[in-house]
Design a protein around this ligand. Structure first.
Ligand code: SOE
Length: 389
């Protein structure tokens, strides 16, 4: 990290040279976050889009020019070894996370990683060990914690407004893999290839629900699950041949939290009509909360303490300056969206670097989510209740 310099105001800030690996959907969300954060948040450290890395030279070069990177690489090892890079941000497919994170930590770099951390708990544990041994700052991009409405839900729960929690109900529904003509593997479709992704909707979608749920409602103690792979064979983009599909297309589980509350979780890519319907509902002794990603700037709140004649669900429009993160954006009433959640996470990360209190989830925090997704997959396979270690 470069120290602040006297003189030119732009040079009076500390800077952090970022090297992003991956030019896909997540490479874009992360690049956008680093590019925008210092314009909207009073960050103590200014991120510099130093270099981006992709295997294809054309792709890396075009991406670098489009997002304002100072340079590019086609070999992630070179990026990791570059003396002018302070932080490696892993936005490449899941099968690359562990190796890159280990090398980056060993090179003394700060490491950020797109979710899920690894494909298996063993991979994730190796990543936690690497960053902790090297003593480098680290974070996993579970962005939905930073939807202002979800952050407000966290504040309300922590203030005790729901009282004792009884129920947690959550789904993440999509419909983009229903066609049997869709191949598996390769650019864009690696999420259907178990060797690259690790798992299907359990690691890709339920990981989000689990991360948010444990953040809001504490640890999960046990689960019982069912999964299904509706389309058993798909052409593999790599081999050109039909190959078994080894990911879970749909996954549902029951859970008990350590605080005694009961939960249902469901995710699928076969819910025709739903594109990214992430919802959660929490019912407590004193009140309830509901949130829906398709209407992400609203939080529904039922407060049993309200006067009986007026008691009902409040539909709170989360756009006011006293709502989490919102004072950094426009004027009250005007909304923000998906990409802002990554900008919020980048802002919190930079603040955490400066204060020494790391922004969550760290690698160690995210490992707990991987223990739950692993237990879900084991339970579905063994038709058992699984305890979370
Ligand atoms: C899958 O379609 C996906 O893009 C996930 O990989 C993301 O994590 C989720 O936020 C949206 O859906």
């Amino acid at each position: 990290m470069a120290p602040a310099m006297a003189g030119d105001p732009l040079k009076t800030m500390k800077t952090l040279n970022i090297g992003v690996i991956g030019c896909g959907f997540m490479g874009r969300t992360h690049s956008n976050a680093f590019a925008r954060v210092a314009s909207f948040f009073d960050v103590p450290i200014r991120p510099i889009l130093k270099k981006v890395c992709a295997r294809s030279k054309d792709r890396a070069e075009t991406f670098a020019a489009n997002w304002g990177y100072q340079g590019f690489e086609t070999d992630w090892r070179k990026l990791v070894e570059s003396p002018d890079i302070d932080a490696i941000d892993i936005a490449s497919p899941n099968d690359t996370h562990a190796e890159i994170a280990q090398a980056a930590a060993a090179a003394g770099k700060i490491v950020l990683c797109e979710k899920p951390l690894g494909r298996t708990p063993a991979e994730s544990e190796s990543m936690v060990a690497a960053v902790e041994k090297a003593g480098v700052a680290n974070m996993v991009w579970y962005n939905y914690r930073r939807v202002p409405a979800v952050t407000l839900a966290k504040h309300l729960i922590d203030e005790g407004r729901l009282g004792k929690i009884f129920h947690y109900r959550t789904v993440f529904l999509q419909d983009w893999t229903i066609s049997s003509d869709l191949p598996q593997g390769g650019e864009g479709l690696w999420r259907l290839d178990a060797s690259v992704a690790g798992s299907g909707v359990t690691g890709d979608l339920l990981a989000h629900n689990i991360d948010t749920a444990m953040w809001l409602n504490g640890p999960i103690s046990e689960v019982t699950a069912m999964t299904e792979t509706f389309i058993k064979e798909r052409k593999h983009v790599g081999s050109g041949k039909a190959e078994p599909v080894l990911i879970d297309d749909a996954s549902a589980f029951l859970a008990r939290f350590q605080n005694g509350s009961l939960a249902t979780f469901e995710a699928t890519r076969y819910a025709r009509g739903h594109k990214a319907l992430y919802t959660l509902e929490i019912n407590g002794e004193r009140g309830s909360l509901k949130w829906d990603l398709h209407d992400l700037h609203r939080l529904e709140f039922f407060d049993h303490a309200d006067e009986g004649r007026l008691r009902g669900w409040r539909d709170i429009h989360i756009t006011d300056s006293d709502h989490p993160y919102m004072k950094h954006w426009w004027v009250p009433g005007l909304q923000i969206g998906y990409e802002h959640t990554f900008i919020h996470q980048a802002a919190d990360f930079l603040a955490g670097l400066e204060s020494g209190t790391p922004a969550a989830p760290t690698f160690r925090d995210a490992l707990k989510t991987d223990y739950v997704t692993d237990a879900v997959l084991r339970s579905a396979k063994n038709r058992t209740w699984e305890t979370i270690s």
